[in-house]
Design a protein. Structure first.
Length: 95
């Protein structure tokens, strides 16, 4: 299935991310599951780092580990996963 493109993400203080799509839809993705993971996700368990490097890369929700927009040196989540594991929210609920 072809999804609309993610054009902006806004991380929250509780490991969630507002994901904005180019069709106007906004979804809230809960990324708190990373707290239970190890290895690569260790780098974004600190909430300040999680928020600081959260971005859109490779056309999806990602964390820019290298901090230099290297599309190969990031943690990105499959676009289908982001969409399917998120909930639609109203524009009014975005902080």
């Amino acid at each position: 299935m072809i999804r609309d493109k993610i054009y902006m993400v806004i991380p929250t203080d509780d490991y969630k991310v507002y994901v904005h799509y180019d069709n106007g839809e906004i979804r809230l993705y809960d990324a708190s599951w990373i707290l239970e993971k190890s290895e690569v996700f260790e780098q974004i368990k600190d909430i300040e780092v999680f928020k600081e490097i959260c971005t859109v890369m490779n056309d999806t929700l990602a964390w820019d580990i290298s901090r230099c927009r290297d599309r190969y040196n990031c943690i990105d989540i499959c676009t289908d996963t982001v969409y399917e594991d998120s909930v639609k929210v109203s524009r009014d609920s975005v902080t």
